[in-house]
Design a protein around this ligand. Structure first.
Ligand code: PEP
Ligand code: MN
Length: 303
């Protein structure tokens, strides 16, 4: 069986080459779209949440990321505040015009908690359920998240499995009925990527767009993992975002924090809110280059 036959619903093949397309809370997703989801890796305080949403609104952003449930390597590490922070996260998102929040879930009960908190607060915003790299092959979770159609899903590539295995994981969601799926690259676990936290895999943006019909997201924060700066004065995180965006990425999921030293999770990889406008301007340059590259390629295509 060829790979594209294996991905029966999400695969790209002759006669079935149309991008997956969906709209959620007025935001459109497909293989041509482009959105930035900047925000807190883990929700810690109401103040930091509000400062983040406020900065995003001022920068014209309508999407964000917020972690309430955190799968951690050590059982002794902070596990996320869970459902108790959801009401203020959703209310503040509504207050600042944030329409879609990417939020990881590790268990079915958390989907119910999110649904319940959204209803209780009057649905002021929307949630894109995130399946983290550690749960890419949690097939029972995939089936449950795939069965519901209320929330779109961002599934991260598994950090220690083949691309093929991760694409099959995404296919689980679609096979259960949910085709509102975005595929996320976030780097692979190997020491070959040192000194980055993971080995950046954004060269696979065009590969995933060719093998499947899913929009593709890149997560530079978990890929690079540090605020290291190149001799040109540009952070490695900015550099890899540009590389992924120039290659056609449709979404960027990125950690920001008002005061990274106080962040409870992944502070060392967080960008500062004061860097947000520089970041967005840099991203816009890369996106503009991609759009120009795509039309250049179209003009050279044999008729
Ligand atoms: C995250 O985005 O907060 C996260 C934990 O990502 P990953 O699953 O890629 O490690
Ligand atoms: Mn993390």
């Amino acid at each position: 069986m060829t790979k594209t036959e294996e991905f029966r619903i999400l695969g790209r093949r002759a006669g079935d080459a149309e991008s997956i397309r969906f709209e959620y809370r007025g935001v459109a997703f497909d293989q041509e779209c482009f959105h930035v989801f900047a925000g807190l890796n883990a929700v810690d305080t109401k103040e930091f949440t509000e400062q983040t949403f406020k900065a995003l609104k001022e920068a014209g952003q309508v999407c964000s990321r917020m972690g309430a449930y955190k799968p951690r390597t050590s059982p002794y590490s902070f596990q996320g505040y869970g459902k108790k922070v959801l009401p203020y996260v959703f209310e503040l998102a509504g207050k600042y015009g944030i329409r879609v929040i990417a939020m990881e879930v590790t268990h079915e009960s958390q989907v119910d908690e999110i649904r319940g908190a959204l209803r209780a607060t009057g649905n002021p915003t929307g949630v894109m359920l995130q399946i983290g790299t550690r749960n890419t092959q949690n097939f029972e979770l995939l089936k449950l998240v795939g069965k519901q159609q209320e929330f779109p899903v961002l599934i991260k590539r598994g950090f220690g499995i083949t691309l093929d295995e991760s694409l099959n994981a995404a296919e689980y969601l679609a096979s259960e009925g949910n085709r509102k799926v975005v595929f996320g690259l976030r780097g692979m676990k190997t020491n070959m990527g040192d000194p980055h936290r993971n080995f950046v895999d954004f060269s696979h943006v065009p590969v995933v767009k060719r093998l499947t019909r899913m929009p593709v997201c890149i997560d530079p924060s978990h890929s690079v993992g540090t605020r290291a700066v190149a001799p040109d004065g540009i952070l490695d995180i900015f550099h890899v975002v540009a590389q992924g965006v120039v290659a056609g990425a449709n979404m960027v999921l990125v950690d920001f924090h008002p005061d990274p030293a106080k962040a409870l999770v992944d502070g060392p990889q967080a960008l500062l809110l004061s860097e947000l406008s520089h970041f967005l301007d840099d991203v816009a340059l890369a996106r503009e280059t991609y759009v120009k590259r795509a039309s250049l390629a179209a003009s050279h295509r044999p008729h």
